[in-house]
Ligand binder design. Structure first.
Ligand code: MLT
Length: 261
């Protein structure tokens, strides 16, 4: 584990291989990429990190924006340094990836977007996030995190994963109030990156869970239609957390894409 500007960065796998830079979702940690890092580590250098305020990366004052999350990602990219990494983000990680590639279109060798969207929060979404912050202030972070994470999964996945689901949830529940609220504010105030989708120059793979209710397949299909060099795949029998719920299937689809880069 390395530390870059107080961020906990995990750098493993084949150090001579192409680099995949993984950006996790909310309110999770880099550990959500376990299936992918184990699988791709033999051929690829796998870099992941805990987004500021989540996992082992300290929350500090918790005043985050999508722009500060992009600064963090770029700091990791230039400090390690990473040569044309393939950027892979899920949901909030996808928001960070989309804004990063909008600002720095020449830094990356490819883009993988999982269970995410390019549009910003509408009024309803903003109010929902505000209610989440209020709930955390009253009840502490655990009830909010438990409900949020449970809602991300396809019900059948929860049954199928059993103990694995329980440990996943336990890890998310360790996140602290300041970090979780800071991420909510960053998502609430993020810009819309839809306009720039048509300008993405690198190959893009979009992956959506069949039963994802947060960023459903039709939302991702609309994005894919706007990105020139893109492939869109729906992963069956899973919800919003496809790389964890159906790691085997996601790895297969990712591998096909990566081999063509
Ligand atoms: C995530 O999985 O990162 C979140 O669902 C993103 C969001 O709440 O918009």
């Amino acid at each position: 584990m390395k530390e870059i500007k107080d961020l906990k960065v995990y750098d493993s796998g084949n150090q001579n291989g192409k680099v995949i830079l993984f950006v996790h979702g909310f309110p999770l940690t880099s550990n959500m990429w376990k299936n992918q890092i184990e699988y791709f580590g033999k051929d690829y250098r796998c870099v992941s990190y805990d987004i500021r305020g989540l996992g082992n990366s300290a929350a500090g004052d918790g005043q985050f924006t999508m722009e500060s999350f992009v600064d963090d990602l770029m700091e990791i990219t230039s400090t390690l340094p990473l040569d044309k990494p393939i950027l892979c983000g899920l949901s909030m990680g996808g928001y960070i990836a989309l804004r990063t590639i909008e600002k720095f279109p020449d830094t990356f060798g490819g883009l993988i977007l999982m269970d995410t969207r390019s549009d910003a929060d509408g009024n309803e979404g903003k109010l929902k996030r505000s209610a989440g912050i209020k709930r955390i202030n009253i009840e502490g972070p655990i009830p909010f995190i438990s409900d949020f994470v449970q809602n991300c999964f396809y019900k059948e996945s929860i049954k199928r994963l059993g103990e694995k689901y329980i440990s996943f949830l336990e890890e998310a529940k360790k996140n602290n109030a300041t970090g979780v609220k800071g991420s909510l504010l960053a998502m609430l105030s993020r810009t819309d990156t839809t306009e720039s989708l048509s300008k993405i120059k690198v190959p893009v793979l979009l992956i959506g869970g069949e039963f994802d209710t947060l960023t459903p397949p039709p939302v991702m299909k609309l994005m894919a239609d706007k990105i020139p060099n893109s492939t869109f795949e729906v992963i069956p029998d899973c919800g919003h957390l496809s790389p964890f719920e159906r790691g085997d299937k996601v790895n297969e689809v990712m591998e096909k894409f990566l081999l063509k880069l």
